[in-house]
Design a protein around this ligand. Structure first.
Ligand SMILES: Nc1nc2c(ncn2[C@@H]2O[C@H](COP(=O)(O)OP(=O)(O)OP(=O)(O)O)[C@@H](O)[C@H]2O)c(=O)[nH]1
Ligand SMILES: C[C@H](OP(=O)(O)O)C(=O)O
Length: 223
């Protein structure tokens, strides 16, 4: 079954706003670049095509330099609008699309072959994110509406079931770790050996320690 992986990427200037107390704008952009490298390298090994969709020309130029295909987001869209555009673009050539955000740098440590194998037995394969989001969604383009946003994992499962589609939930620790908060950076440092994202955070002198406070991890700079 021909599969296209779709990676939506926000503008560099809007990247990872929830990390602004911890990282400067240029560091947030650097982290996004490193994570996009991790995600695109992992996906390229397994699918027929990787497509990055963004409204930002700099993001598209960078994605192109990584050797993936690019699609410019048309009009003023939200994330779901951008993804619907990319999925529609894939309809003529691909039986399956695999939507994966750019902020899951540990995807290379998961069994992507198993995810794709499930997609040959189920209409929809979905991997939950920490906090209720969706970190991978595989489906036939055009077969369901997209509901990224708050608690989208549950919304996607209901959407698929309401259309009579069979659903397989792929339960993976590494896939669940998307990067939104300082504590998430700690998880990448702990578990992300061999990733560009971890190397980048190390270069910025971040270290992580276990904590018994309100967060499980304490992330700080070592200088
Ligand atoms: N093309 C496109 N991608 C988007 C858009 N909004 C978010 N994304 C991407 O969708 C994925 C999930 O994004 P979120 O974690 O919800 O948001 P974020 O912008 O990365 O981070 P925050 O600003 O902290 O919410 C990431 O790969 C983003 O780069 C959008 O409007 N268009
Ligand atoms: C877009 C959203 O991402 P999160 O805010 O959970 O990282 C989701 O997965 O629905």
């Amino acid at each position: 079954m021909k599969t296209c992986a779709i990676i939506p990427v926000s503008r560099f200037a809007h990247a990872k706003t929830r990390l602004s107390p911890t990282l400067s704008p240029s560091e947030r952009e650097g982290l996004l670049r490193a994570m996009l490298m991790d995600v695109s390298e992992a996906l390229r090994r397994h699918v027929d095509r990787v497509l990055v969709i963004s409204a930002d020309a700099d993001v598209l130029e960078y994605a192109y330099s990584l050797g993936v295909d690019i699609l410019e987001e048309r009009g003023r869209k939200d994330l779901n609008g951008a993804l619907e555009q990319a999925a529609e673009f894939c309809i003529p050539e691909f039986e399956r699309v695999m939507i994966t955000p750019s902020d899951i740098p540990l995807i290379g440590k998961t069994d992507i072959t198993e995810l794709l194998h499930r997609a040959s037995h189920f209409d929809v394969v979905i991997a939950p994110a920490k906090g209720g989001g969706t970190n991978t969604l595989i489906f036939r383009p055009g077969s369901m509406r997209l509901r990224f946003g708050d608690c989208s994992f549950f919304e996607h499962v209901s959407e698929a079931e309401s259309r009579g589609l069979s659903v397989s939930v792929y339960d993976s620790f590494y896939l669940s770790l998307d990067v939104n908060t300082a504590e998430d950076l700690g998880e990448i440092i702990l578990h992300g050996e061999g990733t560009h994202a971890r190397e980048y955070l190390r270069k910025l002198s971040f270290i992580v320690r276990p904590s018994r406070g309100s967060d499980r991890l304490e992330v700080s700079r070592s200088f």
